[in-house]
Design a protein around this ligand. Structure first.
Ligand code: OAD
Length: 255
Protein backbone atom coordinates (compact mmCIF):
# COMPACT_ATOMS: atom_id res chain seq x y z
CA UNK A 1 0.00 0.00 0.00
CA UNK A 2 1.43 3.35 -0.99
CA UNK A 3 1.57 5.98 1.76
CA UNK A 4 0.97 9.70 1.32
CA UNK A 5 4.65 10.21 2.16
CA UNK A 6 5.72 8.03 -0.78
CA UNK A 7 3.32 9.90 -3.08
CA UNK A 8 4.73 13.21 -1.82
CA UNK A 9 8.32 12.03 -2.42
CA UNK A 10 7.47 11.14 -6.02
CA UNK A 11 5.59 14.43 -6.45
CA UNK A 12 8.72 16.25 -5.22
CA UNK A 13 10.76 14.58 -7.97
CA UNK A 14 8.13 15.57 -10.53
CA UNK A 15 8.10 19.16 -9.28
CA UNK A 16 11.78 19.62 -10.07
CA UNK A 17 11.46 18.04 -13.51
CA UNK A 18 11.52 20.27 -16.59
CA UNK A 19 11.28 17.60 -19.30
CA UNK A 20 9.38 14.60 -17.99
CA UNK A 21 8.34 11.66 -20.16
CA UNK A 22 6.45 8.40 -19.74
CA UNK A 23 6.91 4.76 -20.72
CA UNK A 24 3.72 2.71 -20.57
CA UNK A 25 2.87 -0.97 -20.92
CA UNK A 26 -0.22 -3.12 -20.81
CA UNK A 27 -0.84 -2.42 -17.10
CA UNK A 28 -1.97 1.15 -17.83
CA UNK A 29 -4.88 -0.18 -19.91
CA UNK A 30 -5.85 -3.05 -17.61
CA UNK A 31 -8.38 -0.95 -15.72
CA UNK A 32 -10.00 -0.21 -19.10
CA UNK A 33 -10.74 -3.93 -19.47
CA UNK A 34 -7.86 -4.81 -21.83
CA UNK A 35 -5.91 -7.81 -20.55
CA UNK A 36 -2.15 -7.61 -20.01
CA UNK A 37 0.21 -10.21 -21.49
CA UNK A 38 1.95 -11.72 -18.48
CA UNK A 39 -0.55 -11.72 -15.62
CA UNK A 40 -0.40 -15.28 -14.32
CA UNK A 41 -4.09 -16.09 -14.87
CA UNK A 42 -5.71 -13.52 -17.14
CA UNK A 43 -2.69 -12.51 -19.21
CA UNK A 44 -2.93 -13.15 -22.95
CA UNK A 45 0.30 -15.14 -22.99
CA UNK A 46 -1.00 -17.31 -20.12
CA UNK A 47 -3.85 -18.38 -22.38
CA UNK A 48 -2.32 -18.29 -25.86
CA UNK A 49 1.06 -19.26 -27.26
CA UNK A 50 2.71 -16.17 -28.77
CA UNK A 51 4.88 -18.30 -31.06
CA UNK A 52 1.68 -19.49 -32.79
CA UNK A 53 -0.01 -16.09 -32.90
CA UNK A 54 2.44 -13.20 -32.86
CA UNK A 55 5.35 -13.97 -35.19
CA UNK A 56 5.85 -13.57 -38.96
CA UNK A 57 6.30 -17.36 -39.22
CA UNK A 58 2.98 -17.97 -37.47
CA UNK A 59 1.26 -15.66 -39.98
CA UNK A 60 2.86 -17.47 -42.93
CA UNK A 61 1.86 -20.85 -41.49
CA UNK A 62 -1.71 -20.00 -40.51
CA UNK A 63 -2.81 -16.50 -41.54
CA UNK A 64 -6.45 -17.09 -40.59
CA UNK A 65 -5.57 -18.18 -37.04
CA UNK A 66 -3.43 -15.07 -36.52
CA UNK A 67 -5.99 -12.77 -38.15
CA UNK A 68 -8.79 -14.18 -35.98
CA UNK A 69 -6.67 -13.73 -32.84
CA UNK A 70 -6.22 -10.04 -33.67
CA UNK A 71 -9.94 -9.69 -34.51
CA UNK A 72 -10.69 -11.10 -31.05
CA UNK A 73 -8.32 -8.58 -29.45
CA UNK A 74 -9.83 -5.73 -31.49
CA UNK A 75 -13.23 -6.66 -30.10
CA UNK A 76 -11.80 -6.06 -26.60
CA UNK A 77 -10.11 -2.77 -27.50
CA UNK A 78 -12.95 -1.16 -29.52
CA UNK A 79 -15.40 -0.50 -26.64
CA UNK A 80 -12.65 0.26 -24.07
CA UNK A 81 -12.54 3.74 -22.56
CA UNK A 82 -9.56 5.62 -21.09
CA UNK A 83 -9.29 5.10 -17.31
CA UNK A 84 -8.17 7.59 -14.63
CA UNK A 85 -4.52 6.63 -15.26
CA UNK A 86 -4.70 7.68 -18.94
CA UNK A 87 -6.69 10.81 -18.01
CA UNK A 88 -4.18 11.88 -15.34
CA UNK A 89 -1.35 11.63 -17.90
CA UNK A 90 -3.29 13.88 -20.28
CA UNK A 91 -3.74 16.42 -17.46
CA UNK A 92 -0.04 16.18 -16.65
CA UNK A 93 0.78 17.03 -20.29
CA UNK A 94 -1.23 20.25 -19.94
CA UNK A 95 0.64 21.12 -16.73
CA UNK A 96 4.07 20.70 -18.32
CA UNK A 97 3.13 21.85 -21.82
CA UNK A 98 4.72 18.66 -23.19
CA UNK A 99 4.75 15.04 -22.01
CA UNK A 100 5.96 12.49 -24.56
CA UNK A 101 4.49 9.04 -23.90
CA UNK A 102 6.47 6.10 -25.26
CA UNK A 103 3.99 3.24 -25.25
CA UNK A 104 4.23 -0.46 -25.95
CA UNK A 105 0.45 -0.59 -26.14
CA UNK A 106 -1.33 -1.10 -29.43
CA UNK A 107 -4.57 0.52 -28.23
CA UNK A 108 -5.24 4.24 -28.69
CA UNK A 109 -6.41 5.02 -25.16
CA UNK A 110 -3.68 7.62 -24.50
CA UNK A 111 -4.83 9.55 -27.59
CA UNK A 112 -8.46 9.23 -26.61
CA UNK A 113 -7.67 10.49 -23.10
CA UNK A 114 -6.28 13.69 -24.68
CA UNK A 115 -2.50 13.12 -24.69
CA UNK A 116 -0.94 14.39 -27.91
CA UNK A 117 2.66 13.13 -28.03
CA UNK A 118 2.33 9.36 -28.27
CA UNK A 119 5.10 7.18 -29.65
CA UNK A 120 3.73 3.74 -30.51
CA UNK A 121 6.70 1.36 -30.35
CA UNK A 122 4.63 -1.73 -31.20
CA UNK A 123 2.15 -0.31 -33.73
CA UNK A 124 -1.62 0.12 -33.55
CA UNK A 125 -4.05 -2.76 -33.50
CA UNK A 126 -6.84 -0.80 -35.20
CA UNK A 127 -4.73 -0.39 -38.37
CA UNK A 128 -3.91 -2.89 -41.12
CA UNK A 129 -1.19 -2.90 -43.72
CA UNK A 130 0.05 -4.82 -46.72
CA UNK A 131 2.30 -7.60 -45.40
CA UNK A 132 4.82 -6.68 -48.12
CA UNK A 133 4.46 -2.91 -47.59
CA UNK A 134 4.33 -2.75 -51.38
CA UNK A 135 3.71 1.03 -51.56
CA UNK A 136 6.19 2.01 -48.81
CA UNK A 137 6.52 1.48 -45.08
CA UNK A 138 3.80 1.26 -43.87
CA UNK A 139 1.32 0.61 -46.70
CA UNK A 140 -1.85 1.11 -44.63
CA UNK A 141 -5.07 -0.41 -45.99
CA UNK A 142 -8.63 0.40 -44.90
CA UNK A 143 -10.03 -3.13 -44.79
CA UNK A 144 -13.57 -1.85 -44.19
CA UNK A 145 -13.50 -0.48 -47.73
CA UNK A 146 -12.70 -3.93 -49.16
CA UNK A 147 -15.40 -6.44 -49.96
CA UNK A 148 -14.25 -9.85 -48.71
CA UNK A 149 -15.52 -12.82 -46.77
CA UNK A 150 -14.65 -11.90 -43.15
CA UNK A 151 -14.90 -15.52 -42.06
CA UNK A 152 -12.15 -16.52 -44.52
CA UNK A 153 -9.17 -14.88 -42.79
CA UNK A 154 -7.20 -11.81 -43.90
CA UNK A 155 -8.07 -10.02 -47.16
CA UNK A 156 -5.44 -9.34 -49.83
CA UNK A 157 -3.73 -6.07 -50.66
CA UNK A 158 -5.59 -4.25 -53.48
CA UNK A 159 -2.22 -3.08 -54.90
CA UNK A 160 -0.16 -6.27 -54.99
CA UNK A 161 -2.29 -9.22 -53.85
CA UNK A 162 -0.19 -10.02 -50.74
CA UNK A 163 -2.04 -10.77 -47.52
CA UNK A 164 -3.06 -7.86 -45.31
CA UNK A 165 -1.92 -8.03 -41.67
CA UNK A 166 -2.44 -5.99 -38.50
CA UNK A 167 -0.04 -3.00 -38.24
CA UNK A 168 1.59 -4.29 -35.06
CA UNK A 169 5.09 -5.48 -34.24
CA UNK A 170 5.49 -9.24 -33.85
CA UNK A 171 8.19 -11.16 -31.99
CA UNK A 172 11.35 -11.24 -34.07
CA UNK A 173 10.49 -8.02 -35.96
CA UNK A 174 12.27 -4.71 -35.68
CA UNK A 175 10.42 -1.67 -34.34
CA UNK A 176 9.10 1.03 -36.69
CA UNK A 177 12.12 3.21 -37.48
CA UNK A 178 10.49 6.57 -36.77
CA UNK A 179 8.97 5.43 -33.47
CA UNK A 180 12.35 4.15 -32.33
CA UNK A 181 14.23 7.32 -33.30
CA UNK A 182 11.55 9.52 -31.68
CA UNK A 183 11.82 7.44 -28.49
CA UNK A 184 15.61 7.72 -28.44
CA UNK A 185 15.39 11.50 -28.84
CA UNK A 186 13.08 11.64 -25.81
CA UNK A 187 15.26 9.34 -23.72
CA UNK A 188 18.39 11.38 -24.40
CA UNK A 189 16.83 14.65 -23.25
CA UNK A 190 14.39 13.74 -20.48
CA UNK A 191 15.14 14.43 -16.82
CA UNK A 192 12.41 12.16 -15.38
CA UNK A 193 10.62 9.08 -16.69
CA UNK A 194 7.39 7.68 -15.28
CA UNK A 195 7.41 3.92 -15.96
CA UNK A 196 3.85 2.64 -15.75
CA UNK A 197 2.43 -0.87 -16.07
CA UNK A 198 5.22 -2.74 -17.80
CA UNK A 199 6.93 -5.95 -16.76
CA UNK A 200 10.16 -4.69 -18.34
CA UNK A 201 11.02 -7.90 -20.15
CA UNK A 202 10.52 -7.00 -23.83
CA UNK A 203 13.39 -5.18 -25.51
CA UNK A 204 14.20 -2.58 -26.64
CA UNK A 205 11.42 -0.92 -24.57
CA UNK A 206 12.73 -2.53 -21.37
CA UNK A 207 16.12 -0.89 -21.84
CA UNK A 208 14.70 2.61 -22.28
CA UNK A 209 14.38 3.53 -18.59
CA UNK A 210 17.96 2.38 -18.03
CA UNK A 211 19.15 4.49 -20.96
CA UNK A 212 17.23 7.51 -19.63
CA UNK A 213 18.87 6.97 -16.23
CA UNK A 214 22.29 6.77 -17.89
CA UNK A 215 21.56 10.21 -19.35
CA UNK A 216 20.77 11.53 -15.86
CA UNK A 217 16.98 11.06 -15.59
CA UNK A 218 15.14 10.10 -12.39
CA UNK A 219 12.84 7.07 -12.63
CA UNK A 220 9.44 6.61 -10.96
CA UNK A 221 7.59 3.31 -11.38
CA UNK A 222 3.86 2.72 -10.94
CA UNK A 223 2.99 -0.95 -10.80
CA UNK A 224 1.12 -3.14 -8.27
CA UNK A 225 3.93 -5.72 -8.51
CA UNK A 226 7.72 -5.60 -8.70
CA UNK A 227 9.00 -5.66 -12.27
CA UNK A 228 12.40 -6.31 -13.81
CA UNK A 229 12.90 -2.54 -13.66
CA UNK A 230 11.98 -1.95 -10.00
CA UNK A 231 15.59 -2.27 -8.69
CA UNK A 232 16.62 0.68 -10.89
CA UNK A 233 13.89 3.05 -9.70
CA UNK A 234 14.27 6.21 -7.60
CA UNK A 235 10.68 5.65 -6.43
CA UNK A 236 8.26 2.74 -6.77
CA UNK A 237 4.58 3.50 -6.17
CA UNK A 238 3.09 0.09 -5.57
CA UNK A 239 -0.43 0.10 -6.98
CA UNK A 240 -2.71 0.37 -10.00
CA UNK A 241 -2.10 3.35 -12.27
CA UNK A 242 -5.81 4.28 -12.22
CA UNK A 243 -5.55 4.75 -8.45
CA UNK A 244 -1.99 6.08 -8.11
CA UNK A 245 -1.81 8.55 -11.00
CA UNK A 246 -4.74 10.71 -9.75
CA UNK A 247 -3.16 10.75 -6.25
CA UNK A 248 0.17 11.81 -7.69
CA UNK A 249 -1.50 14.54 -9.73
CA UNK A 250 -3.40 15.81 -6.68
CA UNK A 251 -0.17 15.93 -4.62
CA UNK A 252 1.55 17.82 -7.43
CA UNK A 253 -1.23 20.37 -7.65
CA UNK A 254 -1.31 21.00 -3.90
CA UNK A 255 2.07 22.65 -3.81
P1 OAD B 1 3.07 -7.31 -19.42
O1 OAD B 1 1.81 -8.09 -19.45
O2 OAD B 1 4.34 -8.03 -19.62
O3 OAD B 1 3.20 -6.55 -18.03
C1 OAD B 1 2.13 -5.80 -17.51
C2 OAD B 1 2.61 -5.10 -16.26
O4 OAD B 1 1.55 -4.28 -15.78
C3 OAD B 1 2.98 -6.07 -15.11
O5 OAD B 1 4.22 -5.67 -14.54
C4 OAD B 1 1.84 -5.88 -14.11
O6 OAD B 1 2.27 -6.04 -12.76
C5 OAD B 1 1.44 -4.43 -14.37
N1 OAD B 1 0.06 -4.08 -14.02
C6 OAD B 1 -1.03 -4.86 -13.94
N2 OAD B 1 -2.12 -4.15 -13.63
C7 OAD B 1 -1.70 -2.86 -13.51
C8 OAD B 1 -2.35 -1.63 -13.21
N3 OAD B 1 -3.66 -1.58 -12.99
N4 OAD B 1 -1.61 -0.49 -13.17
C9 OAD B 1 -0.28 -0.52 -13.40
N5 OAD B 1 0.39 -1.66 -13.70
C10 OAD B 1 -0.31 -2.80 -13.76
O7 OAD B 1 2.90 -6.11 -20.46
P2 OAD B 1 4.02 -5.23 -21.16
O8 OAD B 1 5.16 -4.97 -20.24
O9 OAD B 1 3.34 -4.08 -21.77
O10 OAD B 1 4.60 -6.94 -27.24
O11 OAD B 1 4.50 -6.22 -22.30
C11 OAD B 1 5.46 -5.78 -23.22
C12 OAD B 1 5.19 -6.38 -24.56
O12 OAD B 1 5.09 -7.80 -24.46
C13 OAD B 1 3.87 -5.99 -25.20
O13 OAD B 1 3.91 -4.73 -25.84
C14 OAD B 1 3.65 -7.09 -26.18
C15 OAD B 1 4.00 -8.27 -25.31
O14 OAD B 1 4.40 -9.41 -25.97
C16 OAD B 1 4.24 -7.18 -28.51
O15 OAD B 1 3.12 -7.56 -28.81
C17 OAD B 1 5.33 -6.93 -29.49
Amino acid sequence: MVTDVQIEQAAALLRTSRRPCVLTGAGVSKESGIPTFRDALEGLWAQYDPSELATPTAFERNPKLVWDFYEMRRERVRPAQPNPGHLALATLEKRYGALPIITQNVDDLHERAGSTQIIHLHGLIARDRCSRNCQGDPTLIDVDALGWDRSAGPPVCPHCGALIRPDVVWFGEILPEKALSDAIAVIETTDLMLVIGTSGVVHPAARMPLEAKRHGAKLIEINPFRSELTPHMDAWLEGASGAIMPRLLAALEQA
